[in-house]
Design a protein around this ligand. Sequence first.
Ligand SMILES: Nc1nc2c(ncn2[C@@H]2O[C@H](COP(=O)(O)OP(=O)(O)OP(=O)(O)O)[C@@H](O)[C@H]2O)c(=O)[nH]1
Ligand SMILES: [Mg+2]
Length: 206
Amino acid sequence: MFEGRPDRDAEVVFLGRSNVGKSTLMRELTGHDFTTGRKPGVTRSPNHFDWAPESFMFTDLPGFGFMKGVPESQREQIKTDVVRYVESNADDILAGVLVVDGKSVIDIIDRHSGPDEVPHDVEMFYFLDDIDVPAIVAVNKMDKVDDRDERLDDLCDRLGLYPPWQQWQETIAPISAKRGSIGPLKEALRTHFHDAKRDDLLKFVS
Ligand SMILES: Nc1nc2c(ncn2[C@@H]2O[C@H](COP(=O)(O)OP(=O)(O)OP(=O)(O)O)[C@@H](O)[C@H]2O)c(=O)[nH]1
Ligand SMILES: [Mg+2]
């Protein structure tokens, strides 16, 4: 289990497979340089970025799923820890941002869908729903995607959301963290902060 969580009563968590760009996205939102890298599995324990006056923080969680050179048992442990972290802090979490790689997410989901297999991303999306944490899917690396609308509609389909994707703007946020274009995610976060009656936090995502 992860340790050292600051005592804050409002939190946004970033979760997703390894190497999808969670740390890059955190850097874009906070201006703080978290360790990012080409090597999957760079983030091994949560990175908290917090503001004491508002008792608010962003938390970058370790990536789960396949990581080259990391044994299966360790990957499973990371995923279990991430799930437990979100579960035990669910009351404070205003939004769970599930970050996916827009270029590969459909292929990965389809490859891992079967009679007794649920892909990690789909599982996490439903998990957030189960514990009443509002989910936002940040579809990252859109700079590498050319069939944008088709890709996003396919993703909705895989997540059980009726296409077209445009009607899910508080849930589906196409972004490119590396290019600094994260407007749709900020917009979705603003909607959730407002719904949670936390307009005092809008400045963190303006
Ligand atoms: N093309 C493109 N590459 C990106 C984008 N965002 C991140 N990357 C790259 O993807 C790689 C992984 O980024 P990280 O931010 O380290 O990913 P992570 O999800 O934190 O990875 P873990 O810590 O292993 O879970 C880096 O080489 C980034 O530069 C993006 O919007 N577009
Ligand atoms: Mg990381």
